[in-house]
Design a protein around this ligand. Structure first.
Ligand SMILES: [Fe+2]
Length: 342
């Protein structure tokens, strides 16, 4: 590279650990921070890795499967993060990605550390290089984790407030959350969506705080006005928490947990895709617990009745994929454990 000395000055000024890779993934330059980190962490790479293929270092054998390199056997022990990093670098070098980022753990024996890997292309005289930068984001990550923990604790406290006032449904929201998170996991939802499912389920009935206890617990039919009050709980719950800027759509999950796929639900009569996937999951878990649990004013109808309801309205009132996930072996085992003694 003609501008190597100039480039060296630039990368040395950065606090991130930077390596420049050629078009095959071989390290051709590293910065001062990279060298310092290697020295501090007793790296045994000769010349700080210069001359070594970084992609191979991350995931030995991976180049072979991407047609960039000679034969080598794939390394089954490369960590998932290393493998993702290798694939990201390949994508940048092969023009299929403009930039790649990955946050990964890099714990030392004495401290928990997190790094952000950023891979960007560098084009010099029609040759494509990649700049690989590792930035220590431990402080940010720890702050993010403590904020997330505080938010989860806040939602659980709100849930407890609702249940202290309405002991008749004590445990209902927790049961729904337990089932719903399992369904979300079987469906392979992202961790953000699973968080929305779990927390939305945990406070889905918080709006019942505004309904007189005698209406909540009275057996038998409700009058039209009482039914209207009862049905207001999803919007009341939504309005109670809508002002909190959660990073997950919890307020929408609360609002939509009585919506049904065929439009027969409330409060807005939404249909199909108008209902969040997270809300569809909570709706199914809610029905299971509502039918299977004992209430002081009526005995449990049993898990069999809950399963029958879901089976008969699968694809109509309830999302077919969600119901299929609910009927998976692992969730059925959990449901039997939760309700068969009920
Ligand atoms: Fe509800």
């Amino acid at each position: 590279m003609d501008n190597r000395p100039h480039l060296q000055n630039i990368i040395d000024s950065l606090s991130a650990h930077v390596a420049v890779l050629d078009g095959h993934g071989v390290i051709i330059a590293v910065n001062a921070a990279w060298k310092n980190f290697a020295d501090d962490n007793d790296s045994r790479l000769p010349e700080y890795g210069v001359g070594i293929n970084y992609i191979e270092l991350c995931a030995p054998g991976i180049l072979d499967t991407h047609g960039m390199h000679g034969a080598a056997s794939p390394n089954p022990v490369a960590s998932d993060f290393s493998r993702q990093a290798a694939l990201g670098i390949i994508a940048v070098l092969m023009h299929s990605s403009a930039r790649f980022q990955l946050t990964y753990p890099c714990h030392s024996p004495t401290e928990q550390r997190w790094f952000l890997l950023t891979v960007t292309p560098l084009i010099v005289d029609d040759h494509r290089f990649a700049i690989v930068a590792h930035e220590n984001v431990t402080t940010l990550k720890q702050r993010e984790e403590s904020i997330t923990a505080a938010l989860i604790g806040t939602v659980e406290a709100i849930s407890n407030i609702g249940e202290v006032r309405d002991p008749y449904t004590a445990g209902h929201q927790t049961n729904v959350a337990r089932l719903a998170i399992e369904i979300a996991t079987v469906l392979g939802l992202s961790s953000d969506s699973r968080q929305a499912v779990y927390l939305g389920a945990q406070i889905h009935d918080i709006g019942k705080i505004a309904i007189p206890a005698e209406i909540l617990t009275r057996p038998g039919r409700l009058t039209d006005i009482e039914m209207m009050m009862m049905r207001s709980h999803s919007r009341v719950g939504h309005d109670l928490i809508a002002g909190i800027p959660f990073p997950w759509p919890i307020a929408s999950v609360v609002l939509q947990h009585h919506e049904r796929m065929d439009g027969s639900g409330y409060p807005d009569g939404l249909q199909g895709d108008q209902i969040l996937p997270e809300s569809r999951i909570v709706a199914v878990a809610d029905v299971v617990d509502a039918i299977s649990s004992h209430r002081p004013y009526r005995p449990s109808k049993g898990l069999g009745a809950a399963n029958q309801e879901l089976e008969s309205a699968m694809g109509l009132r309830y999302d077919a994929q969600v119901v299929t996930a609910y009927f998976s072996d692992s969730i059925q085992a959990l449901a039997r454990q939760m309700y068969d003694h009920a």
